[in-house]
Design a protein around this ligand. Sequence first.
Ligand code: G6P
Length: 612
Amino acid sequence: MCGIVGAVASRQVQGILLEGLKRLEYRGYDSAGMSVLSDEGRLNRQRAVGKVVALEEKLETAALKGHLGIAHTRWATHGRPTEQNAHPHQSGESLAVVHNGIIENYETLKAELEAQGYVFTSETDTEVVAHLLAREYNKSQDLLSAVQSAVIMLKGAYAIAVAHVGQPDQIIGARKGSPLVVGAGIGEAFLASDPLALLQVTDRFIYLQEGDVVRLSQEGMIEVFDYEGQSAERAITVFEHGDGAISKGNYRHFMLKEIHEQAQVVAATLEGRLGEGHVLPRAFGADAEALLDRVKHIQIVACGTSYHAGMVARYWIEKLAGLPTQVEVASEYRYRDVVVPDGTLFVTLSQSGETADTLAALRYAADKGGYLASLAICNVPGSTLVRESDLSLMTQAGPEIGVASTKAFTTQLVAMMLFTLALRRVRQGDDPIQHQIVNALRQLPQSIQQGLALDGAIEKLSSAFAEKHHALFLGRGTMFPIALEGALKLKEISYIHAEAYPAGELKHGPLALVDSEMPVIAVAPNDELLEKLKANLQEVRARGGELFVFADENVSLAESEGVHVLRLPAIDEYIAPIIYTLPLQLLSYHVAVLKGTDVDQPRNLAKSVTVE
Ligand code: G6P
């Protein structure tokens, strides 16, 4: 959703900015640009359409020299991905700005600025910010004051970084609704949308808070001001995952690497959270046990893949903790007149903790009142979602770079199972079911390795999909959301139209689509719905549909013409959704590789959607 980098250093900054942009490409990759302030006091700019490599090529022939600069990789919201619309945007020759977010009142501001003589050359909302900042700078001749007075006039979401020739020793950053972190170097300072962008230069970060404005000056000086303009203390956090997390290692794509990291990150997510046959209550914070005891309902809100994790959790919570649970996509929840039953815990699920709709839903819930408390299940400590929630449980997936979410999803499922077990325990104490699930969780990293051993067989299978235009995924119970997630993965990275249905619903419509051109993928663990699922599969076969079934090794299901069965190791039925996710991830990956699509950065998508 656009990536921002800024640097003030005694060394040349072009290389730092370019590397930062490459690492932020997962946030948007339709165009990129950079402005660097030269030693002669000129703001020199390069922009290019396409991925960061296109900008890099331009910089090879015309390098930007200087010790202070800002850069941007774009995911278009206002205006097509053209060079004219690429950031940085300038006001005249003296001010440059990069922006992530959406300025909702840009039309009003644009009309006002045009009336004052400012000339617009792009279709973006960001250019409004450039001229507004220039106007305010002309009043005060101080960039910090200019940013502070301009941001008050902005409605919507922004993270910005600004440079001005009049103050060649500083960059000003500001954020509201979009993420921005400060990297503290030794005698140098940086800004970025995500710490990953800066790991090559520092591991010390300040996570700016809503409304913060920051001034980075030469010699690494960092001054933060809150929304009211008061000087604010913000703690420096050390990034613990190391820089290796953002390299592909020996893998061809980040997605494949992240799929294969799942055993390890699931183990990390479980670490320190399991007791003898139960989940340790302190996993949710010191006061969590008393709070969980008062919960009577659960409302889960999330987007995309995280929403699917929430859907699985509903089955678990209702069955194992006996609590009525609702799950909704954040973009719907936030605009609904929600009726909040007494004793409802509001739970958000988000890999990034910065998804605009999920954050807006959390704020809507807080404004509405009536909820017992809020809990965020998140992968990024210090993210806005975590800071604004009463409780949090961190997944330990580490940085996920592939746009299609894989390890973030399975660790979310693990976290939601821990949550479910904690809810069950406060209601009925220890019991054999918890014991059974805790044991299965302890085995889970190993079970994941076994599941991933199907990689070769799935790769062979993938050729059956490469020429298809549609695919149908079927599952029942907890496997329905897993089917949804499988369909989402396939469409995200292979661009094959894929839909998922609860298998029992097939006869109410989608069966009409089934013919030999429609591969049907079914997830068939050994559970109480197995026989019903088998009957649904017969309905497909009877219409000539080709079946690809991922089934438990103990399920009696014969291979025959048009019926392909891939066996998964027997697994505890509660944990099965985590394991059955793996072959679907691998399938979409191999189909995408065969089709030659951009696996890690599929068209039109972005990893972290920080605009509405
Ligand atoms: C984007 C990503 C998805 C992700 C969704 C929610 O659409 O491409 O992979 O599931 O955002 O993101 P979150 O960070 O809130 O989990």
